[in-house]
Every structure is written in C-alpha cells, then in structure tokens.
Write a protein of this length. Structure first.
Length: 216
C-alpha cells in the first residue's frame, strides 16, 4: 500500500484504504503498514545491521536494550521515513498535523540479557507518533506491544509486529501508556524505532545521505 524506496514513496491506496487505516488508528491507537521499505533496499540495510556492533543501553529504569553503534543504517532509515510525502501519509492516518521529521535508533532485545520495558508514555518534546519497523527475518517469540489508559490496568491493545519490514505506528499521548513484552526463545528481536516530531519539514528536496546514494 505504501512503500519507501531510493526514489521516494510509492502509494497504492485509495480513499477507502485511508479511511480504514484512520478508523483502525482511532479505535486501537495503532496500525501496521506492511512492507514499508522496498525489499532490496531493506535487504542491503539489514545485512549491514547483522554485521554491526551493539552495546547495552538502559534508559532511566524505563527500558533496557542493545543499541547499534554504526550510525549509517540508522541515518538511512531516518532519511527514508522523514520523506515529506510519507509524513503527509502519517498525518492523514493519525490526525496529527505538521509532522516535520523522524528520529530513532536501531535496537535489539534478547531473551537472555534481562531486557525489560516498563509502562511509559514517550511524551517528550515534540514527539507525536511512535513507529517501530521490524528488522527480524525469523519469527520471534514474545515482543508484543501492549497499550493501556494511564489510569487503568486493563489492556486496550496488544499486537506483535513480526512481519519482516512491517511498520507499526502508535499514538503518543499522556493518556496512554505502553510497554514491550520480553522476547521468548532463541531468536532476538531487532527493530528501527522512534518518533515522528512536530515541526517544519527537515528534508530539503535535494537531500540524500551518502549511504542511500551509494546503493542506487
């Protein structure tokens, strides 16, 4: 339906498709965009990530994970999803206005490293919508995103984004809390995740990072 590639964004969606996505997001506070990254480009980037070094990171008792040291693939993913045309798509689906860029990191969680994620809301600065792009080839156990109201113990949503290259968008709000369940079994979970920020468009029309350009 939506696919980011070296040339920009390809859209194969009609008005009914947008209305369905809008309704899902309004009801569940999340939506999955299948195969968001063009397969050959995704393969090139994931091969780099599979060879990359990861280091342990703990965020003030909220979550812990391994984070990738190499900034190249992260910069390329950031450039791709900050495409102004894709920002307009995210705005239309989520109802947010004036999204200007995306900021994120590549992380990995495993069942053997005591990684954890406590309930939190991601409300910092200009963050408006969160996204997690699955970079795990194999099927992994656990790792579900859970969401609930801040004043409740009842789950509103629970979803496992296991499709290779699929992107999960979810709402950032003081009224909502979320966490990611631990991974189960021997397959680690790797993802590119972060937030769409409100503001002016970050990318000039001529912008192209060196890594993306070298693959064209």
């Amino acid at each position: 339906m939506f696919q980011l590639n070296r040339r920009g964004l390809t859209v194969a969606a009609n008005e009914a498709d947008f209305e369905s996505l809008q309704a899902d997001y309004e009801r569940q506070h999340l939506v999955i965009l299948p195969k968001l990254i063009e397969p050959s480009l995704l393969e090139t980037l994931v091969q780099k990530i599979e060879r990359a070094q990861f280091v342990f990171h703990d965020t003030h008792g909220v979550l812990s994970e391994f984070r990738m040291v190499d900034s190249g693939p992260t910069a390329t993913f950031t450039f791709l999803v900050s495409n102004p045309a894709f920002l307009r798509v995210v705005e239309r689906i989520t109802g947010c206005r004036q999204l200007g860029q995306f900021t994120g990191r590549v992380y990995r969680i495993t069942s053997s490293a005591d990684h954890y994620s406590e309930w939190h809301n991601d409300v910092i600065g200009d963050r408006r919508v969160a996204m997690s792009l699955n970079l795990t080839r194999e099927f992994f156990g656990g790792g579900a995103l859970q969401m609930k109201l801040a004043n409740s113990t009842e789950l509103l949503s629970e979803v496992r984004n296991t499709g290779f290259g699929d992107a999960l968008l979810f709402r950032v709000s003081k009224q909502l809390l979320h966490r990611v369940q631990g991974v189960e079994g021997g397959v680690p979970r790797t993802a590119f995740a972060g937030w769409f920020l409100e503001g002016d468009d970050w990318l000039a029309p001529s912008a192209k990072p060196a890594e993306l350009g070298s693959q064209a």
